[in-house]
Design a binder for this molecule. Structure first.
Ligand code: BGC
Length: 481
């Protein structure tokens, strides 16, 4: 037995019929994803209006100031994710979700009312804290309350909500930008774009009030009775409850936790590196190049009018939402890895097609087709599955720490992709930029073949026991020896 000192023969937990309340819980917790998506998607359409308004008031709003306004949210999210490990292990998952709902609400009001660009930057950072916290704790919570055979689908619900949030932002931005008549003025209502998010943020807070606490966190904090009570609400068989409690207790026998587990346990360290690798891969697929710069790419591809660019962007947002259902339907049936392979092939070929398009006379239709196919590939695979895997691969004692590190990585690389895209476009040209992203998908495919476990239908505790017993990463989802 290697480094971790734990045997891998955890008892597998029996599973009974799924109670309907499980779906309600999944939906309520996943609303955190909606806010994540809304806040990420909303700022692109607000920029030129806030710039005009502040400049009319005598503030200087250069491109750099705009960049700060956009990226303050990413910095806040990174910071939120970093602090969140500690917050969620201290306060518990449910209260941490609540904290993010409160920050979402206050931050939305703050952004909408910001009297100067600097205050807006500060408020976007504050809002980012909520995004970082939500992106940390929602998948974690979902994976901890989900019945094991539905875990993939439940964490995918969170990704679905992110995509719906982004789509709503893509649609509501133009509405407030062009059509809405408020106070006798038609269009240009950037404060409303940002402020309207108070509504979903408050709804999220109310939805969270109805959630049970995570049974795993409760047991970790010595509250067995409450943990059993929660499991009684969300599981249907008494054997399931006993089985799950026993497996969690077994998982808690690991002597260290958090950072000390990282420094002292090489087996746990491997899982942290895997989580970091997975999140780097998710961001380097290039998804946010499309999310942040879709209108610009469409313009480069030959769609000149802003109306075409706008509708094109909405179509892309819609494809992103719809394709996430492929993952929800199949991730617990086919498994994570086959879907990821299909996703990488789809993403690689479509990025190459976009690259080709930019070498042709008329790039427009091939480019748009390529972007659509890319989004199908991402939304059915790396979008949800990376969040799923990162919520599954850590033992309970190191889960907060592990997810902190991987989620913070997601935000950091997200920021890097965001700030480098236009430079790549100008430096390498559009065609080579997309070939570069396409080439990366090949490397990611190989990474998955070599290092990534299949975790479909296996309990979190079994995965943890396998990891700590020293099994190769690729095999930590195996049920049998
Ligand atoms: C990613 C985000 C991305 C979104 C797009 C998420 O899984 O983490 O960076 O913007 O998917 O749908």
């Amino acid at each position: 037995m290697a480094g971790g000192g734990v045997s891998s023969d955890t008892v597998e937990v029996p599973s009974g019929p799924i109670k309907p309340i499980v779906y309600v819980v999944a939906f309520a917790a996943a609303t955190a994803g909606l806010l994540f998506g809304l806040d990420v998607g909303v700022i692109s359409g607000a920029q030129k209006f806030l710039q005009a308004e502040y400049e009319a008031q005598g503030f200087l709003v250069t491109d750099q100031v705009l960049e700060y306004i956009v990226s303050a949210l990413l910095f806040g999210a990174t910071f939120g994710a970093v602090c969140c490990g500690w917050i969620s292990s201290t306060l518990g998952r449910k209260r941490t979700l609540m904290l993010s709902a409160v920050i979402f609400t206050l931050g939305s009001v703050g952004c909408a009312m910001a009297p100067s660009p600097n205050v807006l930057i500060g408020m976007r950072f504050f809002l980012g804290l909520a995004v970082g916290i939500a992106s940390f704790v929602a998948p974690l919570y979902l994976s901890e309350v989900a019945p094991q055979r539905l875990r993939g689908a439940m964490v995918s619900m969170y990704q679905l909500m992110i995509t719906i949030g982004i789509l709503i932002a893509f649609v509501s931005d133009p509405y407030f930008a062009e059509y809405a008549v408020i106070g006798g003025k038609e269009g240009g209502h950037w404060r409303w774009m940002l402020g309207i998010l108070v509504v979903p943020a408050t709804a999220m807070g109310l939805a969270i009030l109805t959630l049970p606490r995570s049974p795993r966190w409760l047991l970790l904090n010595g509250k067995e009775e409450e943990a059993r009570e929660v499991l009684g609400r969300i599981r249907s068989l008494p054997e399931e409850i006993d089985g799950e409690v026993n497996a969690i207790k077994e998982d808690m026998k690991v002597p260290q936790n958090g950072f000390s587990l990282f420094t002292q346990n090489p087996n746990f360290r491997r899982a942290v590196y895997l989580g970091v690798g997975l999140q780097i891969i998710q961001q380097l697929t290039g998804i946010n190049v499309i999310m942040y710069y879709a209108p610009r790419i469409l313009e480069t591809a030959g769609f000149a009018s802003s109306e075409e660019q706008l509708w094109g962007t909405v179509v892309l947002g819609l494809v992103n939402v719809l394709s996430t259902f492929i993952a929800i339907a199949f991730v617990d049936r086919w498994g994570r890895k086959p879907i990821m392979y299909a996703g990488f092939v789809t993403m690689g070929l479509s990025m190459a097609a976009v690259g080709m398009a930019f070498r042709m006379e008329d790039a427009s239709y091939l480019a748009v087709g390529g972007l659509i196919v890319f989004l199908v590939g991402f939304a059915m695979s790396a979008g949800p599955i990376v969040w799923i895997l990162c919520s599954e691969i850590y033992p309970l004692n190191g889960r907060d720490f592990g997810i902190t590190v991987s989620t913070a990585t997601n935000w950091i690389v997200n920021g890097i992709v965001g700030v480098t895209f236009l430079k790549l476009l100008n430096g390498l040209g559009p065609s080579n930029t997309f070939f570069l992203y396409g080439g990366l998908e090949v490397l990611f495919f190989i990474f998955f073949v070599l290092f990534v476990p299949e975790t479909k239908g296996v309990s979190l505790e079994k995965i943890s026991a396998n990891l700590l017993s020293g099994k190769p990463l690729k095999e930590i989802g195996w049920v049998k020896e």
